[in-house]
Structure formats: C-alpha cells, structure tokens
Design a protein around this ligand. Sequence first.
Ligand code: RP5
Length: 164
Amino acid sequence: MKKKVGIVLGSKSDLPVVEKAIGVLQSYDVPMEVRILSAHRCPNEAREFAVSARESGFSVLIAAAGMAAHLAGALAANTTLPVIGIPCKSAALDGMDALLSTVMMPSGIPVATVAIDGAKNAAILAVEIMALSDDELAAKLEAARAAETAAVLAADAEINAKYH
Ligand code: RP5
C-alpha cells in the first residue's frame, strides 16, 4: 500500500492555513489523512496517533498549531517518523509564540519547522521526503521547480521590457 502523509491540526480554526498544504498534496496525488488532535485538549488521542503512525502507514507527519504550539513536538516525542511543524499565526503575538514553541525543540527530538503559516512549504517538504523512494514524485517535483523558474524569468523579461 502507498504510504500517506498525516496532517494534524491543533484546532479546526487552523484549517484555513492547512488547506494550502492539502491542496499541494492533492496536486501531487499523495495520499493523506487529516486529523484534529490538540496536544493540550486531547493529549491522549494525540499521543496514540503518533505512537501508531508508522504501523498505520504514515511516512511523514505535518502538524499545524498556533499559540503555545506544542503539537508538532508532542507528536515528534512519540514517533521516529519525520515531523514537519507549521506555526500558525494568532492575534496576540503574530505567530512568534507558535514559531518559537515549534522550532525550539530539545536535542534528539527534531521538528522540521517551516515559516509562520508556511503550509505550502510544509507539504512540498513532505513530498520531497516521500520522493526519496519514489522516482515519479521526484520527476513531478523537478517539473514544478522548473515551472517556478520559468514564471520568474517571464516576469523578469516583462518588467525589464516595460521599464527599459
Ligand atoms: C492552538 O490554539 C490551535 O492550534 C489554534 O491555532 C489555537 C487556537 O485554537 P482555538 O481556540 O481556535 O481552538 O491550540
């Protein structure tokens, strides 16, 4: 069976950010499962999910949370699968709270932390990890990167022509 990416949200209120990651994974036809499991409001269920994630067929976990964002770290504490953390922006501290809570992990328990609200990069990083053992996915990543390059060069040519 094809391995899947697990996306875990700390709250339903994180969904608008996470939808960008879902869209990227869909565009690569990567199987996924999306869950809402709070490190603080349902710690036992979050732990259970992480403990059984490898045998459940997950290869990478993405965790999105805001404020005192312990979700990614709590999952990482309970699995040796790679965990990617998305710090979500909240009103009081503009996401700095979640960024530091997600990125400042103790030695030995890594969380690959993307930018505040960086859901797209979280999904691309997950695809890159899966592409280590999937040549078809690797080719799709190469094509997407080439398209990004072409788009920038087209914009460059356009602005250069306009203001020359
Ligand atoms: C975090 O607190 C969640 O990940 C969310 O970003 C934030 C607010 O959660 P709600 O109060 O909207 O459920 O745990």
